[in-house]
Write a protein that binds this ligand. Structure first.
Ligand SMILES: C[S@@+](CC[C@H](N)C(=O)[O-])C[C@H]1O[C@@H](n2cnc3c(N)ncnc32)[C@H](O)[C@@H]1O
Length: 247
């Protein structure tokens, strides 16, 4: 089944890529919009419920804001909250994030299992970044909130990493931008490399379902095919979009 959630003001809700924590609306409104999106994910049976602790998210957000080196990011405050909340609710035992750049998106996907604001225990949390210099920066950033080393950063090609990953993948987050020719089209290659490791009930999240929809045409057709995924929701909180799918 294919669903969509579209915030009424998604096209006007625009962030400054260099100021990821700048307040674009009241926190009450941010919470309300994310709540509506979570309700659609519950309707689609991607999440069991929509309850998360906003204070835990706040602790996490403040720690990242104070300690991370983030040159830029396209992850808006609404999507920051949504990613953290999805993980806090689904509590995936293994999280793999592909194309993590400076580690900000990885932090959002593991912040419910590591660091201030953690609310459950995971088994393996892996951020994969192909550029060694960015992987090193991500490692440095992640260690600020996770000094115990619950999460790990790997400098590797996510396609190769997924192909040989030995465990089940409970949640896969896709944000790699591939080569200039492929761009975000690489999502499908990464997903296909790890598809057999994703159990029934495993979640796949893909950033840029709106602004990269042309490059993602094959990917979106794949996750919206009921033979491969039970449900998929295009969550449109901002002009970037996030596709959330359940196997
Ligand atoms: C543009 S960044 C994502 C940024 C994120 N959307 C944000 O707004 O914070 C994409 C990252 O994917 C990495 N990447 C590209 N191809 C990859 C691959 N095959 N495996 C792992 N990482 C890859 C790039 O080096 C880059 O750091």
């Amino acid at each position: 089944m294919v669903f969509e959630y579209r915030a009424p003001d998604w096209a006007q809700y625009r962030m400054d890529y260099r100021r990821p924590f700048a307040q674009l609306e009241s926190i009450e409104n941010e919470i309300r919009v994310v709540d509506e999106a979570l309700a659609v994910l519950v309707d689609a049976n991607i999440l069991p419920h929509k309850n998360y602790d906003p204070d835990q998210f706040l602790r996490f957000r403040q720690a990242v804001q104070q300690t991370f080196d983030i040159p830029w990011t396209a992850i808006s405050p609404r999507v920051q909250r949504l990613l953290w909340a999805i993980n806090a609710i689904a509590q995936p035992r293994t999280v793999l994030a592909a194309g993590i750049f400076c580690g900000f998106t990885f932090a959002l996907n593991i912040g419910a299992a590591a660091g201030p604001g953690a609310c459950y225990q995971a088994n393996d949390l892996v951020g994969i970044e192909i550029k060694p210099a960015e992987a090193a920066r991500a490692e440095q950033n992640i260690r600020q909130i996770d000094p115990e080393g619950k999460a790990r950063v790997v400098a590797a090609d996510a396609v190769d990493f997924l192909r040989t990953y030995p465990n089940e993948v409970s949640l896969l987050y896709l944000d790699a931008d591939g080569t200039p020719e492929k761009g975000k089209g690489i999502y499908l290659e990464i997903l296909e490399a790890g598809y057999n490791r994703i159990p029934s009930g495993g979640i796949v999240l893909a950033h840029n379902s709106v602004n990269a929809r042309r490059r993602l045409e094959d990917y979106l057709a794949y996750v919206r095919d009921p033979v491969r995924f039970r449900a998929s929701v295009n969550v449109i909180l901002d002009p970037e979009g996030l596709e959330a799918s359940i196997k």
